[in-house]
Design a protein around this ligand. Structure first.
Ligand code: NAI
Ligand SMILES: CCCCCC(=O)/C=C/C=C\C/C=C\C/C=C\CCCC(=O)O
Length: 261
């Protein structure tokens, strides 16, 4: 898929991994809608990107992805502004074991909603031209963490949902590829939440173990994660793929046993 003139919507695009992905998309001449809860950081991010890439190439929509009506509006206003939708990155995520219900809402339920909204705007089933959805999971789906049981569960869920939907898309001829990205630790504000009782609840006492893992396995840059994301977006052979990014092996794919009937 060539990116020039394509339109992308990135949830959680105002900072961290999402912001690095937005920047890569703009570098490749796509138009981008940044959908994020944080008004202040979102406006600051858009201002910087306007200076770098010119006004009119990206928009910021303040939206809580857990608000179904607002999320639907964000998709519609992206299409209204840029005329089409080709790429959806369901990236917004939180780490809150104390309010674990919210973690499920943001990390899993909203990824499902974002995927379904993406299909409404891109699937051939709806008379659209096709496209690609990338859902952001984590290496936590492969190396479960005692400090993050619900976060870990949501990231497992993202992979299962995305792979099943990829099969649905193939069988239903939706023309939409659905892939999953699993980074290991990445240097973003989210990583600092491991220190906070308000995020980790009773699991905060395991923070030293978590930090030990970070030292052992290393911390990735958001730009390397964005590089992997761009590969998943542009490689039109990929559907149902699960990309892993780690310090030791770099960008690579998880391999699954073929299904036996
Ligand atoms: N940082 C890391 O070590 C890793 C992060 N991930 C995943 O990558 C994704 C992005 O994480 P980071 O960039 O690290 O986090 P971050 O905290 O730096 O950025 C997340 C962005 O999502 C936004 N957001 C949070 N809740 C939202 C909501 N309800 N509605 C709309 N926007 C919302 C935030 O305002 C923020 O701009 C998440 O899904 C995370 O689970 C996966 C593996 C490792
Ligand atoms: C504070 C919360 C932020 C959570 C971010 C997150 O999702 C990070 C998870 C990362 C990994 C899970 C734990 C350990 C495994 C890490 C790397 C394994 C690499 C193995 C290798 O091949 O080197």
């Amino acid at each position: 898929m060539a990116l020039r003139g394509k339109v992308a919507l990135v949830t959680g695009g105002a900072q961290g991994i999402g912001c690095a992905v937005v920047e890569s998309l703009l570098k490749n001449e796509a138009k981008v809608s940044i959908v994020d809860l944080n008004q202040e950081v979102g406006e600051k991010c858009k201002k910087q990107l306007d200076e770098q890439f010119g006004v009119g190439n990206c928009s910021f929509i303040q939206c809580d992805v857990t608000d179904a009506a607002k999320l639907q509006e964000a998709f519609q206003s992206t299409v209204d502004q840029f005329g089409r939708l080709d790429i959806v990155i369901n990236n917004a995520g939180i780490n809150n074991e104390k309010n674990w219900e919210k973690t499920i809402e943001v990390n899993l339920t909203s990824v499902i909603k974002g995927t379904y909204l993406g299909l409404e705007h891109m699937s051939k089933e709806h008379g659209k031209q096709g496209g690609v959805v990338i859902n952001v999971s984590s290496m936590a789906a492969f190396f479960h963490s005692p400090h993050q049981p619900v976060y870990t569960a949501t990231k497992h869920g993202v992979i299962g949902f995305s792979r099943a939907m990829a099969d649905a898309s193939e069988h239903g001829d939706y023309g939409v590829r659905i892939n999953t990205l699993c980074p290991a630790f990445v240097d973003t504000p989210l990583l600092h939440s491991v220190e906070l009782e308000e995020n980790m609840g009773k699991f905060v006492k395991f923070k030293d173990d978590f930090k030990h893992r970070m030292r052992k396995f290393g911390v990735l840059t958001p730009s390397l994660v964005a590089e992997g994301m761009m590969m998943m977006i542009t490689d039109s052979r990929l559907n149902g793929a699960v990309m892993k990014i780690t310090c030791s092996k770099g960008i690579h794919y998880h391999t699954y046993e073929p299904l036996s009937a």
